[in-house]
Design a protein around this ligand. Structure first.
Ligand SMILES: *[C@@H]1O[C@H](CO)[C@@H](O)[C@H](O)[C@H]1NC(C)=O
Ligand SMILES: *[C@@H]1O[C@H](CO)[C@@H](O)[C@H](O)[C@H]1NC(C)=O
Ligand SMILES: *[C@@H]1O[C@H](CO)[C@@H](O)[C@H](O)[C@H]1NC(C)=O
Ligand SMILES: CC(=O)N[C@H]1CO[C@H](CO)[C@@H](O)[C@@H]1O
Length: 586
């Protein structure tokens, strides 16, 4: 390794020696120098050679004059026997300290021998790294092929015994790196080359054992530890552990309560890996019903919810890292609001009469509809089930439904206005919340009249006796009939509809009052007991009627002498008849 320097010194020495002799003696110098070789590291007193071998053939000598120069190391390193010309080592020679000795030996005969002793290198040195351990920082995602200069290992040996190459002995996980060398003058420059993509999140450090070797046989080696730290780059976005979060809360939940926690991780390091949670207000929850803790991801209720206004809240939650150029990931949070029973059901009643008023004809048949009730409860969902019940009505009315939304009140039993003309009904809707809320509606149903009752006379037969002699228009008798129906259905018109004989013309009846008066002269002798049929008819449509008989006995007036039926009665009776026995009528 230090050969070029040694060569210069050698030339300098030689010039000194030769110039010395040129001054004092005439010197016969052989053209060829005597070249002797010795391996370094030989023990002291090893014979290197004999100067005599450098003399011209036939010449011998018994004494040499050796010119020594300070700094050539000859006096300390070599033992030259000036009598015999034998050169020995004075100590262990080291090629690396001095690889060549050169001097001129002159004998008394004037022969000059130029002696060159070459100390052969043997591979006695290992390559040596400047330090046993090195650190290197490599950003992740550094392109494959990027080079990093490393300190080379220096081998004190020269030539083939110097450093010949490097290899990674250990720690090169996934062949992440490779080594390349460049021959620069005498040294072999070492470079670490990125061999495959580096991902700090997969492996953040490599401990490479780098070995340098030389060309000896066996080769000598030495090792260095290279600690490679992979520096983080914000190449990972935060990741939520779920893409969608779901929860159901009651609308009665108090503001400030925790609802749910979202969770995201970012494998990057430092601020690149710090996750900050936010609700994306542009895309969701502009009214700020919810708030998120930016550090923990805990979502809280910010203000009271109303199921009736919004049943499902969709939040867009994002996780952002704290890098200079942050990465953002979003996740969805579905908050379903559970109804709390805070609304009572509402009842809407529509009466099915022509004018929409609460009435029903007494003639309505069982099954006929009276009213339609629709029920709604703003507390939808599981609380929408509303139980409707009907009270009152003395069992005359019933409730039916097909779908539990529309209920119908119908007639259950025949009605009779004349018996009862109003019914108090009460409809109650009860929802199934806890506690249940109810709505009640009370109304009166009027039973409207149907002409189902005929007028009925107070008596089925009337009797009256009147004197035979009466002026026409005289009062005879008043008949009265009653009709349970209402209005015109109950208005009665009296009439005389006929008689058993043909003397009804003797009488007349007031159609409103039922007062019978004589209409002509009566004649006992013609008809002593005229009989009338009076009829009471109502003004219903169709009308109903009933009749009664009126028997009028006419009292005879003495307008004729009495006459026996015979002028002579001849009878006979038996003796001994009991007293009182009728024996003759005259
Ligand atoms: C996601 O993280 C949250 C909060 O730590 C946790 O409650 C939930 O169980 C996690 N989900 C999964 C699928 O691991
Ligand atoms: C985010 O980074 C900034 C600036 O580096 C720092 O001041 C802040 O505390 C970081 N936030 C968190 C939550 O770590
Ligand atoms: C409705 O209420 C009645 C009486 O209170 C009860 O017997 C019935 O089970 C209820 N029906 C429903 C569907 O809740
Ligand atoms: C006067 C008269 O004629 N008397 C008669 C009554 O009846 C009896 C018997 O029938 C007759 O004998 C009477 O002559």
């Amino acid at each position: 390794m230090k050969k070029s320097q040694s060569n210069c010194q050698g030339v300098f020495l030689w010039l000194n020696v030769v110039s010395g002799f040129l001054i004092g003696w005439s010197v016969a110098k052989s053209d060829e120098p005597l070249i002797l070789q010795i391996d370094e590291e030989q023990p002291p007193f090893t014979i290197i050679g004999d100067i005599n071998a450098g003399l011209p053939p036939g010449h011998t000598t018994s004494s040499f004059f050796i010119h020594e120069t300070d700094g050539t190391g000859m006096s300390s390193d070599l033992i030259i026997d000036e009598t015999t010309g034998i050169i020995k080592t004075a100590k262990v020679l080291d090629h690396e300290s001095r690889d060549k000795y050169k001097f001129v030996a002159v004998n008394w005969g004037g022969d000059a021998v130029e002696v060159v002793i070459i100390v052969n290198d043997i591979n006695d040195n290992s390559p040596v790294f400047p330090s046993k351990q090195m650190k290197l920082n490599v950003p992740e995602q550094t392109p494959v092929g990027t080079r990093f200069r490393l300190d080379s290992a220096i081998d004190a040996d020269g030539g083939q015994f110097s450093t010949q190459g490097y290899l990674i002995k250990d720690g090169n996980v996934g062949q992440a790196f490779r080594l390349e060398t460049k021959k620069l003058a005498e040294t072999l420059d070492l470079e670490l080359v990125v061999n495959s993509p580096l991902d700090r999140e997969k492996r953040s450090t490599y401990t490479l054992v780098i070995e340098a070797f030389d060309g000896g046989t066996p080769r000598r080696t030495s090792q260095m530890i290279l600690d490679v730290s992979i520096l983080d780059v914000n190449d990972n976005a935060p990741r939520f552990n779920q893409t969608r979060y779901y929860t159901m809360i009651s609308e009665s939940l108090q503001p400030g309560s925790n609802i749910l926690q979202v969770f995201a991780t970012d494998t990057d390091e430092g601020n690149n890996g710090v996750v900050i949670y936010e609700i994306n207000r542009r895309q969701s929850d502009p009214d700020q019903y919810f708030a998120i803790d930016s550090k923990t991801g805990v979502i809280k209720l910010n203000k009271g919810l109303d199921y009736e206004m919004k049943k499902v809240h969709e939040l867009v939650v994002q996780a952002r890292d704290n890098a200079t150029h942050p990465e953002v990931t979003t996740a969805f949070v579905t908050v379903q609001v559970k109804d709390y029973n805070d609304n009572q059901p509402t009842l809407t009643i529509i009466f099915l009469s022509e004018d929409g008023s609460p009435h029903i004809s007494e003639g309505a048949q069982p099954g006929e509809f009276v009213a339609r009730i629709s029920v709604s409860d703003p507390d939808y969902g599981e609380y929408a089930k509303v139980n409707v019940s009907l009270d009152g009505g003395d069992g005359k009315f019933g409730l039916t439904t097909k779908d539990n939304i529309i209920y119908l009140i119908c007639v259950d039993q025949m009605l009779d206005r004349e018996e009862q003309d109003t019914y108090q009904l009460s409809v109650t809707a009860t929802d199934s919340g806890t506690p249940p809320l109810r709505a009640e509606s009370t109304f009166t149903i009027h039973v409207t009249d149907v002409n189902d009752n005929p007028p009925v006379f107070d008596l089925s037969g009337y009797r009256q006796s009147i004197p035979e002699v009466l002026y026409p228009g005289s009062f005879v008798l008043q008949v009265t009939a009653r009709d349970k129906d209402e209005g015109s259905n109950g208005e009665i018109v009296y009439s005389i509809t006929g008689s058993t004989n043909s003397h009804s013309e003797w009488f007349t009846i007031d159609q409103t009052t039922g007062v019978i008066t004589t209409a002509a002269n009566l004649d006992y002798e013609t008809d002593p007991v005229p009989k009338l049929v009076v009829t009471a008819t109502d003004r219903g449509n169709p009308p109903m009627f009933s009749s009664a008989t009126v028997t009028i006995a006419i009292q005879d007036v003495n307008d004729n002498e009495p006459m026996f039926s015979r002028n002579f009665y001849n009878t006979s009776i038996k003796e001994h008849l009991p007293m009182g026995t009728c024996f003759l009528q005259v």
